[in-house]
Design a protein around this ligand. Structure first.
Ligand SMILES: [Zn+2]
Length: 106
């Protein structure tokens, strides 16, 4: 293949001659498309996060789950066992059942 001294005048002439062609326009187009998509994704995600934050502020966050009471301590062997246990797993003595909160109304 011989390249004319003035170069190929058109892309079609270069392709017909079998010359190597670099499609830099397509590369720039892909870069711009990527940039546009990235900006759009950034804007959408930021607005969703802002909306989520506003909803949290408007309706309040979820209340924390009720805390479990502390584990029981055996009066006889001084070991600790689960707060729902009714019998000590170490010395098998009976433990007091969990106290229910008594109402303050009279
Ligand atoms: Zn015990």
């Amino acid at each position: 293949m011989t390249v004319p001294e003035t170069g190929f005048q058109t892309l079609q002439a270069a392709q017909e001659a079998g010359a190597v062609t670099l499609y830099y326009g397509q590369f720039f187009n892909s870069c711009i498309t990527l940039l546009i998509v990235a900006i759009a994704m950034f804007a959408i995600i930021r607005s969703v996060n802002k909306l989520d934050q506003e909803l949290d502020e408007a309706f309040g966050e979820e209340p924390p789950p009720p805390e479990e009471p502390a584990d029981k301590k055996c009066e006889y062997c001084r070991s600790t066992s689960h707060f729902k246990a009714i019998r000590c797993p170490h010395c098998t003595s009976e433990l007091t059942p969990p106290q229910r909160p008594t109402s303050q109304m009279e």
